[in-house]
Design a protein around this ligand. Structure first.
Ligand SMILES: Nc1ncnc2c1ncn2[C@@H]1O[C@H](COP(=O)(O)OP(=O)(O)OP(=O)(O)O)[C@@H](O)[C@H]1O
Ligand SMILES: [Mg+2]
Length: 248
């Protein structure tokens, strides 16, 4: 599915939080249509990497380009970047006092200036696509975690993003709801969405990813195909990490 044409490119990216070197000379290119799974121990910089890509986190040195252009620092261009790079977090972050459909149509109407009726129609189609069309008029608290996370995915998709970032989207879910969210992500991947996914779901990494990135101490330690990575991790850190998570 990937065309090879780069969409997200990080080149020599460094980020410090005070004395802590959280992203250490990270270079990475994600092609259009590519699905990259990011794994690594807690504190290795995975969330910071995701947040840097849509500039929720500024970097100290190096460059990040999205679709051929350096990330804008502010203003309308930054708002445009944020709509082009959808982000889904561990906590669902839905607006509690808006219905599920309103959550999905708000961005398109306010930011993309879509007509409410058109946004509503597309919103309903997106909710249908993630399997929760029948929840459209409920409020977030009335939905299960898995349904809320699927609503969060629909909300990001409503902005017609060029890429989607997922930061541990299933970690806060009860086990029986993990599958329904991974199914939506798998179908997005197979439809050609460019995705960067931080996850401990190794089944998803094996079956849906084009590449697996292993991070440790802010460094990108391995970058390999899932088959290569799981069969033959090159670094001691990755072998150690895999032995820990795969025995759970
Ligand atoms: N706003 C912040 N201020 C200071 N330090 C921070 C901040 N955000 C993250 N850090 C630190 O930066 C390091 C990398 O954090 P990050 O959240 O990117 O790791 P992670 O790989 O996503 O970890 P986890 O698997 O626990 O989510 C950690 O040591 C963390 O404590
Ligand atoms: Mg994290």
């Amino acid at each position: 599915m990937t065309t090879g044409e780069p969409l997200i490119v990080l080149d020599g990216v460094n980020k410090w939080f005070g004395p802590l070197h959280v992203l250490d000379d990270v270079s990475l290119s994600v092609g259009k249509g590519e699905v990259v799974v990011v794994i690594g121990p807690s504190g290795s910089g995975k969330s910071t990497l995701c947040r840097a890509i849509n500039r929720l986190e500024p970097i100290n040195s190096g460059t990040i380009t999205f679709d051929g252009r350096p990330l804008p620092a502010e203003g309308r261009e930054l708002a445009k970047l944020r709509s082009e790079v959808g982000m889904v977090f561990q906590s669902f972050n839905l607006f509690a006092h808006k219905t599920i459909l309103e959550n999905v149509t708000l961005g398109p109407v306010k930011v993309r200036k879509e007509k409410p009726a058109a946004a509503r129609e597309r919103g309903l189609a997106l909710l249908d696509r993630v399997g929760i069309a029948n929840q459209a008029d409920k409020y977030p608290a009335q939905l299960s975690g898995g349904q809320q996370q699927r609503a969060a995915i629909a909300r990001a998709l409503a902005m017609q993003p060029k890429a989607m970032l997922f930061d541990e989207p299933t970690s806060a879910l009860d086990p029986e709801m993990v599958g329904e969210v991974l199914d939506v992500m798998t179908s997005l991947a197979s439809e050609g969405m460019t995705m960067v996914v931080v996850t401990h779901e190794m089944g998803f990494a094996r079956h849906a990813a084009n590449r697996v990135i292993f991070m440790a101490d802010g460094k990108l330690v391995e970058d390999a195909s899932p088959t290569e990575f799981f069969a033959n991790p090159r670094s001691e850190r990755a072998r150690d990490f895999l032995s820990k998570i795969l025995t759970h």
